[in-house]
Design a protein around this ligand. Sequence first.
Ligand code: AMP
Ligand code: GLY
Length: 445
Amino acid sequence: MKVMLIGSGGREHALAWKISQSASMDKLYAVPGNPGIEEIARLVPYDVTDIDKIAMFAAEESIDLVVVGPEVPLALGLADALAVRKIPCFGPGAKGALLESSKKYARDFMARYDLPSPKWRAFSSLQDAGIYLTTLPDAPVVIKADGLAQGKGVVVAQDRLDAFSALEEIMDSGKFGQAGEEVLVEECLFGEEVSLLVFSDGKKLLPMIPSQDHKRAGDGDTGENTGGMGAYAPVSAYTPEIAEVVERTIIKPIEKAFRGEGIDYRGCLYIGLMLTADGPKIIEFNARFGDPETQAILPLLKSDLLGVLYACALGDLGDTKLEWSDGAAACVVVASMGYPAKYKTGQLITNDESKNAPLAGGCAHPTMVFHAGTAWNKNHELVTNGGRVFGVASAGATIKEALDNIYARIDGIHFDGLAFRKDIGHRELSRLGQYNDKRANRRLS
Ligand code: AMP
Ligand code: GLY
């Protein structure tokens, strides 16, 4: 098969790594890819928003399957443009992608099919939203921009004053452009968050193992919200009993909803869950794989990923079952100091293990270094080129073993301003009685 992968992050490097292990893989293209993906794919230097160019290239090269990583090309209708040319695509069309690109659409969808959700209201006037806030108790409440805002459009406000300023920031300052023209005010849910990534062929949903992200920039879940600083899988708090409730109250009703709405959703549906005292509730949907959750999930997948992606794209998962390795996997994001706010790029990256760039590593190596914000400079040296630079991932018999591999590997990677969280997996380790905050307290030289 000739496969074309869209995107350039750690998630896409992990997808490329796993896809290229498939016996049916002939040739892999990546648009635009990154220096890590370049080791296993031919890079095509188009922007991911260049829908027409991508679709035309896929047709000219007789691509058998396009796999879309990020949400923006999905929201722009890449899958629809490929469908016109009869090119199978893993990733929903623009209608399915609305579940991520409009939070109001997603909440309406949940309401129509009685999916467990927090209470919410949508507003297009700052004044109306403000008046509504005064009717709520002076307690935590969540303010969300309706549209895509690179993960920055959500504020968990601690009190009414905080909520007013969040509303003003989103609706008045124009910070999020069109994405902030409508705003949702949501009940704040409490509990443990779980990311449930689900394969969908349009008719049937097939959940992957549960994972957990760490959204805040700093140790102890402090600091700003980011795209995600690390993840692990599976999550023991997501018990078989909870999985059964999710299957009954969320997965099956979504299958029915896709039928009811005429959404032929072929791709990954990311269901952000909060495990509340009242049972699992939906925080959000994303129309794609999670980043960095994917880097923590795929090392445990024993099934042929390419086969599953292709079956989804053809609308026929049949009775596919997913096989997973025992044990656990994790991914720790190596970031540029300052991320998610201002950070430097162009910092030279060195690596103790080889003179070359940090490599993804094959199965023989216990850790994989997935590239995200990296680039070659004009002397063909590897430099930083983004906020999240690498996702270092590993699988092990236990989450502790996976994390020990990862942190040892990170110690061998160097660049000016290297930053990472030292407490990834702390909830799971605490549950298992294995959390040792020495690592979190260690000062890095
Ligand atoms: P998102 O950008 O939609 O992934 O949301 C960012 C984060 O905001 C989520 O990962 C949650 O931690 C938090 N969040 C969003 N909605 C709610 C809610 N209704 N209650 C509590 N936390 C929420
Ligand atoms: N890690 C959260 C996301 O992919 O949206």
